[in-house]
Design a protein around this ligand. Sequence first.
Ligand SMILES: Nc1ncnc2c1ncn2[C@@H]1O[C@H](COP(=O)(O)OP(=O)(O)OP(=O)(O)O)[C@@H](O)[C@H]1O
Ligand SMILES: Cc1ncc(C[n+]2csc(CCO)c2C)c(N)n1
Length: 254
Amino acid sequence: MSTSLKGVCFWSVTKFLTRVGKCISEPPYALIILNQPISRRNNVFHTLWENANLKICADGGGNQLYEAFEGTDKQQMYIPHYIRGDLDSLRDDVKDFYISKGAEVERDPDQNSTDFMKCIELVRRKERESSVKHEIVALGTFGGRVDQAMSNIHYLYKLKNERRIYLLSDQNMTILLDKGKHQIHCNQAIEGPSCGIIPIGIERAIVTTTGLEWNLTNSSTSFGEMISTSNHLTNDIVMIETDSPILWTVELKI
Ligand SMILES: Nc1ncnc2c1ncn2[C@@H]1O[C@H](COP(=O)(O)OP(=O)(O)OP(=O)(O)O)[C@@H](O)[C@H]1O
Ligand SMILES: Cc1ncc(C[n+]2csc(CCO)c2C)c(N)n1
């Protein structure tokens, strides 16, 4: 599943933000827009949108897309392939607008899964039809509600053996690094300086890093003991070795 060579997993969290045109050497990705405001400052939205193979709004994410470009020509440009969820948040006028422009709106009333998960299930379904495997970039993953933010992180763990999921928020990209060795290519023009290694969802991790201002060397990290936040990138290549899954989160200058 991972891009790996000799047991090292290679990552670039900003590859989505810097792509020019279709990049056939990279796996295709599905863009899932969650129910959080799409920043007007976020000038990478167009790049993310243009290069996504599949564009899906999670329920109220449809309202966010609509409102972000309301009153502009761009509203007509950004029509998702699907809006999916229990549809308790999607406005009727927004639903009608996107249906009239060709989007498919799917209601799934299940109250044991979030709208984000319902969208991931849709990606799985589309893959069964096309046999194309997607990475997932989720937009609007942190902000406002802590339960929702934790739920979004939970899916990184739930799907860690299935596919790569990148959680993008206004000022951060967050990924899950599974146990093992990771080489993270950082583009310091748009990434950093702040970053963090968060041992969430596990008892503790033993971590060794290079490329950071405060490197860890066989350091034990756990909540209540030590977690590495407000760390800084010092190199375009960050190496992280961990014996348990951890979150890597890095600030974006976008
Ligand atoms: N404040 C938030 N922070 C992070 N993610 C969010 C937030 N609000 C919504 N989301 C994400 O957007 C998706 C769609 O949001 P929406 O509000 O439509 O969801 P929902 O599942 O109906 O939520 P709920 O019923 O808990 O209010 C959610 O599944 C979640 O992944
Ligand atoms: C143990 C447990 N906790 C919370 C919910 C509620 N819930 C989880 S996802 C979801 C859908 C949101 O659109 C709702 C209502 C549940 N079902 N089971």
